[in-house]
Structure formats: C-alpha cells, structure tokens
Write a protein that binds this ligand. Sequence first.
Ligand SMILES: Cc1ncc(COP(=O)(O)OP(=O)(O)O)c(N)n1
Ligand SMILES: Cc1ncsc1CCOP(=O)(O)O
Ligand SMILES: [Mg+2]
Length: 211
Amino acid sequence: MSESAFPNVPKRLGLYPVVNNVEWIARLLDAGVRTIQLRIKDKAEGDVEADIIAAIKLGERYNARLFINDYWRLAIKHHAYGVHLGQEDMDVANLDAIRDAGLRLGLSTHDNMEMDRALVAHPSYIALGHVFPTNTKQMASAPQGLAQLAAHIKTLGDYPTVAIGGISLERVPAVLATGVGSVAVVSAITQAADWRAATGQLLELVGAGDE
Ligand SMILES: Cc1ncc(COP(=O)(O)OP(=O)(O)O)c(N)n1
Ligand SMILES: Cc1ncsc1CCOP(=O)(O)O
Ligand SMILES: [Mg+2]
C-alpha cells in the first residue's frame, strides 16, 4: 500500500445522509445538506452509471461533497468528489488509482484492528460504526456503542471522523458529545414521517459541515 495521503476533507463533514437514489440526493441537497453519499448496492456497473453521473452533477451544482459508495471505477471515470469503501472493498479496489485521480476516500472501520488497517491507507476520513443496532444493513459485529466510539475518536485526534449506524435524532447529541466530526444517517431521514422536518432538525444539531 502506498504511503501518500488522500486529499483532505474538512475535519467536520457535518450531517452526512447515505441514500440509495438520485431523487434523495436532489431533495437533500436542496434542503441544505452538503455532505452526502450515493449507496446503491449489488447492481451491475452499467445499471448504475447514469445515476452516478446524475448524482455527481447534482453534487457539483450544489457545491456539495458527494461520495460514491463501492463503485470506485465509475467515481473515478466521472470525477466524483469522493469514494466510500469498506474493509472488504479495500481488498479489491485500486486505492492508488482513486488517489491519483484526486478523489477523496472514506473508509469504514468497526474496531481497533480495522482502524489501524485503514490508517495505513491515509484516507480522507475514517467512518466508525455501527454505533447502535441498525436495521438498514446486516452487520457482522456487535454495535460499538458510545464509549467505544468516544475512545476511537480520542485516538484519532484531529483526523476527520464519521459516526454511522442506528443514529436517530434523539441520539445525535450523545453522538456529537464524543467529538465526532460527522453523523451519517440512513433511516433517520429516509424512514422519517416527515423527511424535510427531520433533515432540518438534524442539520440544526449537526450542521452542514465546515467549508
Ligand atoms: C459513511 C459510511 N460509513 C460506513 C459505510 C459502510 O460501508 P461498507 O462497510 O463498505 O458497507 P456498504 O455500505 O458498502 O454496505 C458507508 N456506506 N458509509
Ligand atoms: C451503511 C451502514 N454501514 C454501517 S451501519 C449502516 C447503515 C446505517 O443506517 P441507519 O442510519 O438506518 O442505521
Ligand atoms: Mg462497501
């Protein structure tokens, strides 16, 4: 693995919705979100390329930080702001190609060992999860909880960090108290009775991130 670092992101990326289609990207950028991820799972590259292009264009139009989950080749091809990868993705993705193309990289971690492994790649941010139980993704490990999250954030010092997994509006203050720079959510927005109100409240608590 190379020793060079990926491009920086702000230490505080703010509210970070993770969504599975372009309609959500458009809505949430219009509502003031400035860090966002397109997470489409298990489709052929040819079936997601148009959506990835559309999402990247929206990200540019709103001057937002748009991360593409998993589809790193398409993210490079269409000049996304960044890519988000998990531990298994790291085994197959060409991290040098992502960095050489100037894209930011976020990496998932679930414990100390994964954090150490991720840090070797010098990603732009480290995601820590899952903090609480989640129904959105089947997880192989147990939730790390707030105490473990706080310990990890302390270890990471000034590194940009993102907390994810089971974070509801009510849990946000306790998550922010760990010092994490960003809060990633799926269901807190997409399953909310009123997504616009939920997004507004989350933005109020977490912020949209530093410039
Ligand atoms: C911000 C953020 N954190 C973690 C993940 C999970 O990524 P990964 O472990 O690769 O799992 P999938 O999302 O690909 O199922 C994420 N997407 N975003
Ligand atoms: C993609 C992902 N990675 C770790 S937990 C998770 C899902 C988070 O969804 P929710 O915010 O609904 O718990
Ligand atoms: Mg992945």
